[in-house]
Structures are given as C-alpha cells and as structure tokens.
Design a protein around this ligand. Structure first.
Ligand code: AMP
Length: 211
C-alpha cells in the first residue's frame, strides 16, 4: 500500500501516520523527520536546510526529491510506504509519479483556527519522537515524555511567525496538489478537525476493501 498524507501543517499527519503505520505495516516516511535528522547529525544536507526549516520555508525541490529517491531504495519501502509531508509541490508530485505509483492520497481537512492552536501548543520528545499537545494531549507529568522521561521541546518552526509562513506556503505551493491528485482519481478526504481516532476510523473504512 502506497499512501500520501496530504494536509496543512498542524492537520495531524504525523500523529495519524503513527496509527496508520500500525494498521498497514508500511514505513512512515516523513521528509520533515528526515531533514531534522540531517540537521541533528550536522550532515551537509542538514547544514544546507537548517535555516530554511527554522524560518518555515520549503527546502528546494531537487534536494528533497533526491533525499526521497534515496529513501525509497531501502528494503522496507519496497512493498509500500506512508508519505507524511511529501510531496509538497507540484514538481515533487511529478517527480514522484515517475518513480512509483500511489494508491491513495488522504487529504486531511482542518479549519485554520485549529491548525494554529495545534501547532503553537505542540511539544515533542527529542529522544523518541513522541508528539504531545499541551491542550489536547498533555503528558502525564508536565513537560516530560510519558515513554522515557525526557524533557519535551518545542519545534523551532512552531513559533507564531514560522507557523504563519508555513500556512501561507501550504496554501500557495502545496494546496494545488489537492486538484492535481483529484484529477488523477487518487484523492480521499478525511475530517482531521477532531482527534486522530476519527481520521483513523475513516481510513479503516475507506481502505477496508484493500486491506
Ligand atoms: P514537517 O515536519 O513536515 O512540518 O516539515 C518541517 C520542514 O521541513 C518544512 O517546514 C520544510 O522546511 C521541510 N520540508 C519537509 N518536507 C518537505 C518537502 N516535501 N519539501 C520541501 N521542504 C520540506
């Protein structure tokens, strides 16, 4: 199963991906996570993208496509994958269509007020990657990861200015993909305004004929 999760920053792609991954047993490939790993390790790619990411801008298509192409050569991605945050532009979608076919594009719909609230109240565990939200999904102990006790952090690009930039860029560069995939008969809409459970339920029934 080859699936793309398409949706604005804050729509809950990462959270939902974690759940769908358990259901479909395919790797969750988040280009944001791959770039953050490069930044953390201080690789040449990491050095190139650090500032771009912190400001909430998009990494150039060529670099992003190369990184994804490389990731898709790994054994675990041979039978399927779940893309989260890729593609984000029409040229990326075009490049992907030349590399592999896609079964579904799940478009996560969520009103803007909820997106902004989710992004600015998001916290993550730098050790295991678990995602929390101080309003809707707080950790048991204030600011500490439930799984491993690591102090939680705020992503650098979850500050109000970068959030504005990211939402604007989504509308300008990524939203055209909705029509692009609709035209190819691949788009399925998912209500992501509530908890990921609702999205997951929807995915179960939408995909029930294929799994
Ligand atoms: P995310 O974790 O998906 O919100 O991604 C974090 C940041 O990584 C984005 O704001 C971009 O700077 C960069 N990024 C992730 N995926 C892509 C992509 N497909 N194309 C360009 N930049 C990306």
């Amino acid at each position: 199963m080859k699936i793309i999760l398409l949706g604005s920053p804050g729509a809950g792609k990462g959270t939902l991906a974690g759940e769908v991954q358990k259901l479909l047993h395919v790797p969750h490939i988040s280009t944001g996570d791959l770039f953050r790993e490069h930044v953390q390790k201080g690789t040449p790619i990491g050095k190139e993208v650090k500032r771009i990411m912190e400001g909430g801008d998009l990494v150039p298509d060529e670099l992003t496509i190369r990184m994804v192409q490389d990731r898709l050569t790994q054994e675990d991605a041979k039978t399927g994958f779940l893309f989260d945050g890729f593609p984000r532009t029409v040229p990326q979608a075009e490049a992907l269509s030349k590399i592999t076919d896609i079964d579904y594009v799940l478009h996560l719909l969520c009103p803007r007020e909820i997106l902004v609230r989710r992004l600015t109240s998001r916290r993550y565990c730098p050790s295991c990657g678990r995602i929390y939200n101080v309003i809707s999904k707080p950790p048991k102990v204030d600011n500490v990861c439930d799984a491993d006790g690591t102090p939680l952090q705020i992503r650098k690009d979850d500050n109000p200015e970068s959030v504005e930039t990211r939402l604007k860029i989504y509308n300008e560069s990524t939203a055209p993909l909705i029509q692009w995939y609709e035209d190819r008969g691949l788009l399925r809409e998912v209500d992501a305004s509530e908890s990921p459970d609702k999205g997951l339920q929807f995915i179960r029934s939408t995909l029930s004929t294929s799994i």
